[in-house]
Each structure stands twice: as C-alpha cells, then as structure tokens.
Design a protein around this ligand. Structure first.
Ligand code: COA
Length: 177
C-alpha cells in the first residue's frame, strides 16, 4: 500500500452511519463519504481484533474497539492505513489509548507516530477548553505480555511500564475463594 500520501483525521465517533437522504445535497455527499470511511474503519477494526487475538491467544471479542473518538490514517481512496481509539478521563487527567493498529503493509514508516501526534493535538485543543487543574496530562495504554513488537514500539516512543494488568477466569477464581 502506498504510504507516501495519506491524511490523519479525528472522528468524534464512528459507530452510527449518517443520513444520506432527506438533507441538502452538500451534506448528503459529505455524509456518504464519511459513511464509506466508517465502514472501512469497521473492517480495519476486525483485522485488528483478529491480529491481537492471534498475538495474545485471547478471543477476538476481547479486542472489540471502544465507541468514541478515533484517529485514523486514510489514503486518498479512503483505505484505512491505521487507527487509534481514545477515551478521555478528566477525573484522572489521562487519555486512554484503547486500541491502536497500523495495516501490516504500512508498518515501520511512521504512521503510528503521526497518528499519535494527531491524538496529542486533539488533547491540546480540548485542554484549551478546560480549567488548568482538569487538563489531560498523560497518555496511557495496556500492552499484552506476548505483544513483543508493541512493547518495543512503545518503549522507543517513551512509554514506561507502570503496572501489571491481571486477568482471571471467574470460574477458576471461584474455586480458590
Ligand atoms: C504497534 C504498531 C501500531 C506500530 O505501528 P507503526 O506504524 O509500524 O509504528 P511507527 O512506524 O510509527 O514506529 C514507531 C517507532 O517504533 C519502531 N518500530 C516499529 N515497528 C517496530 C518493530 N517491529 N520492531 C522494533 N521497532 C519498531 C520504529 O522504528 C519507530 O521508532 P523510531 O521513532 O525510533 O524510529 C503496529 O506494529 C501494529 O499495528 N501492531 C499490531 C497491533 C498492535 O500490537 N497494537 C498495539 C496494541 S498495544
């Protein structure tokens, strides 16, 4: 896939398709284009869930993307080169990166870093609207122990491990209680 030209775009949400009829032509055209992008994002999210399931051994549904804000890298044909889903937590002043993925054909070319820059720009814009004591200060994310590449990538970018995420099957825990 050609990675020379792409754009990085923030969407407030991408779960609902927008109306394409009963509105003026300009808006209908804009919505139709956005709907194509949303459907392409849904396909990319499926590829992401499948890949993470293969890497971690967890079922694909574990990686069903959060609703809400998403930054996507799009080709001129609106193919999805990658995405990052985010949710803001004003109470602990952090932005949680829930899911991130770059198309296998476009990796190691800086697509992820460019999307992260767009995430940071979105946070800066939101911070301008918030009281200083409520502003977002940190990016946080979880990495599965078996995801060696993600560990390398995030360490290179400057993320430090600060916690160990634990998981247990309720059935197994119940036997021990
Ligand atoms: C993790 C992922 C999003 C990185 O995307 P990417 O577009 O290839 O990353 P970038 O090209 O922006 O690279 C960022 C940095 O990581 C480095 N890097 C990227 N892939 C690497 C690899 N396989 N091994 C070592 N370093 C790597 C780059 O060299 C760059 O470092 P630099 O700034 O020092 O040059 C991508 O590998 C991916 O989608 N993996 C599968 C899904 C996944 O694991 N998501 C993360 C869940 S926590």
């Amino acid at each position: 896939m050609d990675v020379l030209e792409y754009r990085v775009v923030l969407f407030e949400d991408r779960r609902e398709l927008k109306p394409e009829t009963g509105i003026d032509d300009v808006e209908a055209k804009k919505n139709a284009q956005e709907n194509i992008i949303f459907k392409n994002i849904w396909e990319a999210e499926k590829e992401y869930s499948k890949e993470l399931s293969e890497i971690t051994g967890y079922p694909e549904y574990v990686f069903n993307p959060y609703p809400g804000m998403i930054v996507a890298a799009l080709s001129d044909k609106n193919d999805v080169l990658g995405f990052i889903t985010i949710s803001l937590n004003l109470l602990n002043k952090s932005c949680w990166i829930a899911h991130s993925w770059v198309n296998k054909k476009c990796r190691k070319q800086g697509v992820y870093k460019l999307m992260l820059k767009r995430v940071i720009k979105a946070i800066e814009d939101i911070n301008k609207t918030l009281d200083p004591e409520r502003q977002i200060e940190r990016l946080e994310l979880g990495i599965f122990l078996s995801n060696a590449i993600s560990k390398k990538v995030h360490r290179k970018i400057g993320f430090l491990p600060v916690a160990r995420l634990c998981s247990a099957e309720i059935k197994k825990i119940s036997e021990k209680l």
